[in-house]
Design a protein around this ligand. Structure first.
Ligand SMILES: [Zn+2]
Length: 59
């Protein structure tokens, strides 16, 4: 029963800010691979892939 006192309180997980701030996806607002300074519309890999597929399939 004393084991519980041996555990130190778990600190809140630090936000993963190891990299530079990333621009958020214009579609789903998830962080993209592009830096925040990127001009224009930035897409996350998922949305970029979907957009690419949509473009390829259109017409
Ligand atoms: Zn997205």
């Amino acid at each position: 029963m004393n084991d519980a006192y041996c555990e130190t309180p778990t600190p809140a997980p630090a936000p993963s800010d190891a990299g530079p701030p990333y621009a958020e996806c214009v579609l789903c607002r998830k962080p993209t691979e592009y830096p925040e300074a990127t001009k224009g519309s930035t897409l996350c890999p998922v949305c970029a892939w979907q957009e690419a597929g949509r473009t390829a399939c259109s017409g």
